[in-house]
Design a protein around this ligand. Structure first.
Ligand code: BES
Ligand code: MN
Ligand code: ZN
Length: 464
């Protein structure tokens, strides 16, 4: 979708002009005022379409309710523009313009809503879904709109990668995508280097697969950075469960187990373009978790990069093993802050559903800042506890810890496990996006499949 800012939006020849209606206030559009039924009050989410019969350059008017004018915010703009754009796409329209009658600075959230709604993963379909091809705007902040276009583009990359089958989005493929992002310095470490680093936990997971592991380190270094951040994405290109194999139903969507990795790749693409005054490292310990004669086994004892030993209780708790080594590596970089994003536990999905991601960490202010950043961009995070009880369940008789505790409180247990690999001198936050990264039915502006969760929060956090 091409985004164009013009002087006079009312003169744009387009298939549809999207206008707004606030509750308790007339629109500035005569046709809507004349023909809309009384039931079209401007309540949030209402939509009314009218053909202009040649009276306007726009062929149709799509009016959307935005609720009360004084309550409007980015989330309302984004979700309702998305709804209107979906309507236009259903009507097989191509060229759309937006003309909102408000003082609210709606350009950026409107672009995001339109782009998110306009996304479909139809690469493998012979019959493509209809998409809006052009979006016209007027009276909007050009800088903010341009930034929104960059963010939307990153979300597309992230969603595409997570939607791709595992046969396509292999560790090697991820490493190639990383290397092809301009303006970022990327190093790919193969098996031999990963062994040299002493990443025994990550290597154990990777062992059972025919696809070679790739440890991806992307680096963006501006002059005089105000701080240094590492972002880590869980990069399980497929999670079969390993020898503790998953039942068919649970395995079905496990191509999405690299959503965290896809997120940090999207974020780095934006970082390269937005050039924040922050040093950013992106790390992905990419591999597959597969059952085979060379798989790691329940009962194995593996040693992570920081020397801690782990008894493998369940080969399906593999993400935390790969993240353990990535966290050790991140802490050694001497960064101030580390954020990991991972489709880590079914337990988090059970606890929070698709409405929010779990967040944990070692610094309350840091966690709060990320939660607030998320609120601002429409991504919800809910803090889960990090109590010693969860760690006690992971005591092992033969190693420093096991990789699982009990079935209950699984998201917090995973958080406590990860904490063992973070040094106290860095601020660390862990985002569990198991429930939010991939959805099995359309929700608000999102279609089924990958949502690109985390991209907006991390870009906003890094560039603010
Ligand atoms: N990738 C899964 C978690 C997951 C589940 C993500 C559902 C998205 C949707 C993870 O590797 C896993 O298998 N976790 C296990 C851990 C258990 C064995 C302690 C789980 O949550 O069941
Ligand atoms: Mn697993
Ligand atoms: Zn997994």
């Amino acid at each position: 979708m091409e985004v164009k800012i013009v002087e006079n939006i009312k003169e744009v020849k387009c298939d549809a002009l999207i206008i707004n209606k606030f509750e308790g206030k007339d629109t500035s559009n005569d046709l809507v005022n004349k023909f809309a039924p009384d039931s079209f009050t401007g309540k949030e989410g209402q939509i009314f379409v009218i053909h202009t019969q040649g009276q306007y350059p726009a062929e149709q008017i799509v009016a959307i309710g935005l609720g009360e004018e004084n309550k409007v915010d980015n989330n309302i703009i984004r979700t309702n523009v998305a709804k209107a754009v979906k309507k236009c796409a259903d009507l097989k329209l191509k060229i759309v313009a937006i003309d909102f009658d408000t003082n609210y600075n709606y350009g950026a959230p409107a672009v995001l809503g339109a782009e998110i709604a306009n996304y479909h993963f139809d690469k493998y379909k012979n019959k493509k879904d209809n998409r809006i091809s052009e979006l016209y705007l007027s009276n909007v902040d050009e800088n903010l709109v341009n930034k929104a276009v960059v963010i939307a583009d990153s979300m597309k990359l992230t969603r595409n990668l997570a939607n791709e089958p595992a046969a396509f989005a292999t560790p090697t493929k991820l490493s190639e995508v990383a290397q092809n992002i301009d303006g970022i310095e990327t190093t790919i470490y193969n098996q031999a280097s990963i062994e040299e680093f002493g990443m025994g936990a990550y290597l154990a997971v990777a062992k059972g697969s025919a696809e070679p592991p790739k440890f991806i380190h992307m680096k963006y270094v501006p002059q005089n950075p105000k701080k240094r951040i590492a972002i880590i994405g869980k990069g399980l290109c497929f999670d079969s469960g390993g020898l503790d194999i998953k039942p068919a139903n649970s395995m079905l969507t496990m191509k999405d187990d690299m959503s965290g990795a896809a997120c940090v790749l999207g974020v780095m693409k934006a970082v390269a373009k937005l050039k924040p005054a922050v040093e950013v490292h992106a790390l992905i310990a990419a591999c597959e978790n597969m059952p085979s004669g060379s798989s790691y086994k329940p009962g194995d004892i593996v040693t992570a990069m920081n020397g801690k030993t782990i008894e493998v209780d369940n080969t399906d708790a593999e993400g935390r093993l790969t993240l353990a080594d990535a966290l050790c590596y991140a802490c050694k970089l001497g960064v101030d802050e580390v954020i990991d994003i991972a489709t880590l536990t079914g337990a988090c999905m059970v606890a929070l559903g698709t409405a929010a991601s779990g967040i944990m960490g070692n610094n309350e202010d840091f966690i709060k800042e990320i939660i607030n950043t998320g609120k601002n961009v429409g991504e919800k995070y809910w803090q889960l506890p990090m109590w010693q009880e969860y760690r006690d369940n992971m005591d092992s008789d033969v190693a420093d810890m096991k990789n699982t505790g009990t079935r209950y409180g699984g998201a917090s247990a995973a958080g406590m496990f990860l904490k063992e690999f973070v040094t106290d001198d860095v601020k660390w936050a862990h985002l569990d996006v198991a429930g939010t990264a991939f959805i099995d039915k359309p929700i608000k502006e999102f279609c089924k499949g990958a949502t690109g969760i985390g991209v907006r929060t991390l870009i906003k956090y890094i560039t603010k």
